[in-house]
Design a protein. Structure first.
Length: 459
């Protein structure tokens, strides 16, 4: 809401700008930029509302009101009631449509404007807001299988196709850390940092107080298939528990550091990561991994932390693969895996673009494929492709399966080195997790409930 206030304040103040000090050429240029700034502000306001409804469901819509101090509960704006989820989505869609229909923002951010709000990001906000409205978890007014739900699903697929169709067949691997990836539709940019590496590099790596903070779970590692496309527990997959990382989806090594992963130290020494007890990066060391894994995704492994080297970074708020997978999901829900209906591609063909993009995995076969099995494969692909991008928990909530999945125990890989140099890998229970139905939505802060706002169910 503080962000929404700043947008509303800018839009209000921009009405009273005078131009007496501008010569004609400067005035024309400024007016053009001012209209762009207004559109960017409205896009950001739509994004802020999307984040609010994702966390809380229906929220208070303040319109263009300038609520200056969000903590001042004496203001009359705080006595407004929460709008329904559908009303909030309708508002977000109307704001996005205004920007899109009037071509107020360039489709992509280029040149000096790289990193600014853009038209494609506006479409992504609209797409993801409508997708949220399809979920009975969020939208009690929606009826599963109804004509209304299918109509909204069709609109989601249409927007996603519009975003993706020109790039779907030039869909290369995603370079996650250099800050200039063309796959990022909208990102949070930070210049000259190394904090991410300092808190996540394996503890045995040369650096400054590496803490190995992010520890991927065995649950995630098990989701990466073999290169033949089979799950590791399928008969004939070729999975070897004694050599568990060979022959796996290439994204496993691109996302997760495991025992034996190759690492280049700053003195050009090539070494293997030692996660076994007693190893340089071992679980028994202070700040050692608790799960048997460290995070590689987003890491710039070329940074020399000892010398304070830094790099630019871009956290993806929306990226291309996310929208491609939404496109596949929506087309599958309408037409199933093999029929494209009035879209350019079938859901299976769309999904194959993410599955095969990194090389190695085979395309999906339509043999035995149903809407239900493809739905599960799309969810699996989102789990893997978008790992550590703040997508998984929201996907589980939206799909209504968070209670089933997030109550599952968490497992780790215990790695031990024998006296003969051989390595044993043992999957072990790490901890239980707890998730209730009420946790699908965040609780409204008590101070706001005291002022008359309706609390979310169960809180």
């Amino acid at each position: 809401y503080n962000g929404i206030y700043k947008v509303n304040l800018f839009l209000e103040k921009s009405k009273y700008i005078t131009y007496s000090t501008f010569n004609p050429s400067q005035r024309t240029l400024f007016l053009a930029r001012l209209e762009q700034f207004k559109a960017e502000s409205r896009m950001l306001r739509s994004l802020f509302y999307y984040e609010l409804i994702k966390h809380y469901g229906g929220v208070v819509l303040v319109g263009d009101a300038c609520v200056e101090n969000i903590n001042d509960l004496s203001k009359p704006e705080f006595y407004a009631q929460r709008s329904t989820l559908q009303t909030c989505v309708d508002y977000i869609v109307s704001e996005c449509d205004y920007i899109i229909d009037n071509n107020l923002l360039p489709l992509l951010d280029e040149g000096a404007d790289q990193g600014r709000p853009n038209g494609t990001a506006t479409k992504a906000i609209k797409c993801k807001s409508l997708l949220l409205s399809l979920s009975p978890v969020y939208n009690s007014a929606i009826i599963e299988g109804s004509a209304e739900q299918l109509d909204i699903c069709h609109e989601v697929a249409t927007i996603a196709e519009d975003i993706c169709i020109d790039r779907i067949f030039s869909f290369g691997p995603y370079d996650v850390y250099d800050g200039t990836s063309p796959e990022v539709i909208l990102g949070y940019r930070v210049k000259d940092i190394n904090y991410l590496e300092a808190v996540n590099f394996p503890i045995g790596c040369e650096g400054v107080n590496n803490t190995g903070s992010t520890n991927p779970t065995q649950n995630l590692v098990n989701a990466y298939r073999m290169l033949n496309g089979m799950k590791i527990d399928e008969t004939g997959s070729g999975y070897d528990p004694a050599d568990p990382y060979t022959g796996r989806d290439k994204r496993l090594a691109q996302t997760i550091i495991y025992n034996g992963s190759s690492w280049l130290e700053r003195n050009a020494e090539q070494r293997n990561i030692e996660i076994f007890n007693g190893g340089r990066d071992g679980m028994d060391r202070p700040f050692g991994t608790k799960t048997g894994y460290y995070l590689r995704k987003f890491m710039n492994t070329s940074l020399d932390l000892r010398q304070g080297f830094t790099s630019n970074r871009e956290w993806p708020i929306f990226r291309f693969a996310d929208i491609v997978l939404i496109w596949a999901e929506a087309v599958n829900e309408i037409y199933g895996p093999a029929d494209r209906g009035d879209f350019y591609l079938t859901a299976t063909t769309i999904l194959n673009q993410t599955i095969t993009r990194h090389g190695g995995l085979p395309e999906l076969s339509l043999t035995g494929m149903t809407k239900e099995t493809l739905r599960e494969r799309i969810r699996e692909e989102r789990f893997i492709e978008l790992a550590f991008e703040d997508q998984r928990a929201w996907d589980l909530r939206r799909c209504g399966i968070a209670v089933d999945v997030l109550n599952q125990p968490v497992y780790r890989m215990m790695v031990t080195k024998n006296s003969d140099g051989s390595i044993n890998y043992t999957k072990e229970f790490l901890e239980d997790r707890y998730f209730e139905e009420r946790m699908n939505l965040y609780p409204i802060p008590q101070t706001e409930v005291n002022n008359g706002l309706l609390q979310n169910s169960g809180w």
